[in-house]
Design a protein around this ligand. Sequence first.
Ligand code: SF4
Ligand code: SF4
Length: 361
Amino acid sequence: MPEKLQSSFWAQFAESKFGPNKKLIVSDSGDKVRITKMTIIIKKENIAPLIKDLQRKYDVYAPVRKGDLYLFEEIKGKKKIELDYSTTILPPKNIFFPTRHTLMNFNKNRVKIPKFRRRILLFGIHPYDAQALLILDGIFTDDPHYSERRKNSIIVTVNDKRTPNAFYTELDHNYNRATDLFLEDTGDFYIATPKTKFGREILNSKFFEERKINTNNKASGKSGSKLLNLGGIKSSIEKGADRKIWAEIAEKCLGCGICSYVCPVCHCFDIEDKINLDKVSGCRCRIHDSCMLYEFSLILGRINFREKLQDRIHNWYHHKFVRAPLERGVVDCVGCGRCITFCPAGIDIKGILNRLQSGTG
Ligand code: SF4
Ligand code: SF4
């Protein structure tokens, strides 16, 4: 982690999540391991009762099915969770950094900041989404609105088996680093591997049991695919916005910003003050924004410093693959593939990265 991120808040945050002197727990190697020892498991039929039990203590969010798609929703009543899912439309960042977040309500000179009393438990997210949250933690280090929700939250990940367009195995992230408890689907049951004290807290539930098993366990979300050449991608992007590749993308792109809204790492926002009709009360909100939108770079006097869509597209890639690694030591992409799946123009970031890395863009 870059030195400048090691602020006192971040140190406290790491300690509260991972225990003293541990900070971040590094994952298993990902190699295949033959297990012949007592292992903690949870049967699939015990997931629903476990969630019900956890709801007494936490606000539980998990993937649910909506037609052919999936969403993360707060689990209340009889809502059925779906752990064998492809990917959700919107990422889990929206739980800690909502699309529209009321930062404060005001009435004359009185100000009220909404408080959250219960801890959030995010159950069944994929390891790439957990990695995205870890990246956001570094970005929102000093943001009390994000941190208040996030700092005592618990992340339970489950291995991903079928996310379309995903390429997280080609990025050099450590995808198990951000999880508190990792569940690996073996068919009839999940093998539960705690990574932090928060993960061990969940294992106290009566629904987990010990079992002697003998199986091949691949604990990591990685599969040894060839990694993208991030150095080559960076050099191509640094050649500037007037290259052929950006013009080609701009011909197809609608400038709609969907790629930013579905991205688990994009974090542009705007602040909006809404005044009620009484003219003395209202609220201040933070709303998601996208640097792909024309209005994003429009300033006073109707001057737009990124008027051309081509420049905005180049900036989107530049931020993720050049500025973010320089500022924070990590690319702002976890390879979830959502921006490919949901782009109405069929623009494929993976194909673009392949061209950039080989210098053909
Ligand atoms: S979602 Fe596709 S069309 Fe819309 S701004 Fe992003 S790349 Fe362009
Ligand atoms: S840029 Fe695309 S692939 Fe990368 S994290 Fe964002 S949505 Fe996923």
